[in-house]
Design a protein around this ligand. Structure first.
Ligand SMILES: *[C@@H]1O[C@H](CO)[C@@H](O)[C@H](O)[C@H]1NC(C)=O
Ligand SMILES: *[C@@H]1O[C@H](CO)[C@@H](O)[C@H](O)[C@H]1NC(C)=O
Ligand SMILES: *[C@@H]1O[C@H](CO)[C@@H](O)[C@H](O)[C@H]1NC(C)=O
Ligand SMILES: *[C@@H]1O[C@H](CO)[C@@H](O)[C@H](O)[C@H]1NC(C)=O
Length: 201
């Protein structure tokens, strides 16, 4: 009995050791938050590509967004064509605006609405950068894992839904929303969110 319990604990521990906060986060984004366009494994590749920039300049949205865009383009593999076609559909739908201008316009209000979480993430990162004594690569990984730990605890479906509702109600025009309700379901299960039911008049 005791031995059985021990081996269960050892197995549980081993399972735990190989599942990082990053893995849990990517799994959560697909399976709880409803992202369908990428698998967790594909998201992990994209996240790992963005991480060095986010780690280096956590306060520079321009730099993070620009790296993020290149990471998505560079790492979409067999989805590159459908990603590019979505991107160009979004741009023609949003014309005279573009996906870039819309994303750039929505980042500050989203950051504002998520200020408590953003602060917590930035504090977690800066404290880890100031105190962790590992070599650079190990230190970056440890600190990012801490950040993912904070993020995965805070980001629930309802959390995202509430932010979405506020952003759409206050910062999204009727024309933008008409594109959003057409294009968002191509990348995630938008019906999971009450936000998807907003009607702009
Ligand atoms: C932020 O990053 C952009 C793009 O890399 C760079 O041009 C800009 O100077 C940076 N801003 C600050 C305040 O460092
Ligand atoms: C994307 O790929 C290009 C071309 O291979 C490369 O120059 C660039 O550094 C890559 N960007 C990122 C963020 O990985
Ligand atoms: C952030 O929120 C404050 C207070 O709610 C508001 O006054 C300010 O305009 C907001 N800024 C942005 C960029 O949405
Ligand atoms: C949507 O609204 C219903 C009714 O208020 C609520 O029970 C549900 O939790 C909401 N959905 C999300 C994702 O928060």
């Amino acid at each position: 009995m005791c031995r059985l319990l021990l081996s269960v604990l050892v197995l549980a521990h081993l399972g735990h050791a190989t599942t990082t906060n990053r893995d849990t986060m990517m799994d959560m984004i697909c399976n709880k938050l409803g992202l369908t366009f990428y698998t967790p494994a594909e998201l992990t590749v994209i996240a790992k590509c963005i991480e060095p920039q986010a780690y280096k300049t956590p306060n520079n949205n321009t730099a993070i967004l620009s790296t993020g865009k290149n990471c998505v383009i560079n790492n979409s593999g067999n989805k590159a064509i459908s990603a590019m076609s979505l991107y160009s559909n979004a741009n023609s739908c949003l014309n005279p605006d573009s996906l870039d201008t819309v994303v750039t316009a929505l980042v500050p209000p989203i950051q504002n609405l998520t200020i408590a979480l953003v602060k917590k993430v930035k504090n977690t990162l800066s404290e880890c950068k100031n105190t962790n004594k590992q070599a650079a690569a190990a230190k970056q990984e440890t600190c990012l894992q801490k950040v993912y730990g904070v993020a995965k605890a805070a980001i629930t479906l309802t959390y995202v839904d509430n932010v979405c509702k506020k952003v759409v109600n206050q910062h999204v025009s009727k024309a933008w929303w008409s594109c959003g309700t057409t294009l968002i379901p191509k990348v995630l299960t938008f019906s999971k969110y009450n936000c998807s039911k907003i009607v702009k008049s």
